[in-house]
Write a new protein. Structure first.
Length: 268
């Protein structure tokens, strides 16, 4: 069902049902006192628990998910994510992956993807840190002494929030979508397979809501401008009887509401 919903969403977005590129990343998540296997300590994030390893398409929709111990590094976790059994469930058109610097390696990470899976892998690295402002101003002064006119403002680091990295922000947004589900705020499961199942459930819910909203919008748009009759979504007027109890007895009041295009409109 999850795969079918993903294809429907991609078609609705005028994309090919089978993606040709994807992004891989992991998220370390804390566990609770429920117990269970596959638990460890992530020294980089300083989190004791598990990792959620995701493969998402360019729209942020999950293609494959794997939950494993947090002590497993990303370059080793990608082997669990894209193992032979998982490879059979991946889209046939998939040919390119974007990875972060944690997957650097010849026999691990990006190198393993190229050699074993035959896919192209690109490491999206963070931009290099600019030189300190004092150093840049000293360079400009030296150039000016040599007779070369230079504007110091052009060499100053840009102020403001840190820019998003190309492609990598897509999978980070998917992690944010999952974290909005209360059951996925932490890893409450005893088995890693249960955590993987809840990831697919959360994404299926998200995609089903997208398809429902886009259908309601298209039907209401066509009905409003007379392009086509809205079938299965006709206007219905209902009478709702409400009762209020008082100390002297029961009094009855009425209010009318209209159900227009699947939405309840108050007619008081």
């Amino acid at each position: 069902m999850h795969s079918a919903l993903r294809k429907r969403v991609r078609v609705r977005q005028k994309k090919n049902p089978q993606p040709s590129a994807a992004i891989v990343d992991s998220q370390s998540i804390k566990t609770t006192g429920v117990g269970g296997k596959e638990r460890g300590y992530d020294g980089g994030k300083k989190i004791k628990g598990r990792k959620r390893h995701l493969l998402v398409d360019t729209q942020g929709l999950v293609l494959e998910a794997r939950v494993h111990s947090a002590q497993i590094q990303d370059r080793e976790g990608i082997k669990l994510l894209l193992e032979i059994n998982a490879r059979e469930r991946l889209p046939e058109r998939l040919s390119h992956l974007w990875l972060d610097a944690g997957y650097t390696g010849e026999d691990k990470g990006a190198g393993w993807v190229r050699r074993t899976l035959g896919l192209t892998a690109e490491i999206v690295r963070r931009p290099k840190k600019p030189a300190p402002e004092e150093v840049m101003r000293a360079w400009v002064r030296e150039w000016n002494k040599e007779g070369v006119a230079m504007d110091a403002k052009k060499f100053m680091p840009q102020k403001g929030p840190r820019p998003f990295l190309p492609k990598r922000w897509i999978v980070e947004r998917t992690f944010s979508w999952l974290s909005q589900n209360r059951r996925l705020s932490k890893d409450y499961e005893r088995l890693p397979e249960s955590g993987e199942a809840f990831i697919y459930v959360a994404m299926s819910r998200l995609m089903a809501r997208r398809l429902a909203r886009s259908r309601d919008f298209s039907d209401s748009f066509k009905a409003r401008f007379g392009l086509a009759p809205a079938q299965g979504n006709t206007n219905v007027t209902r009478r709702i009887r409400t009762t209020t109890r008082t100390t002297t007895g029961t009094t009855t009041s009425r209010r009318s509401t209209a159900l227009c295009n699947g939405r309840l409109l108050d007619g008081r």
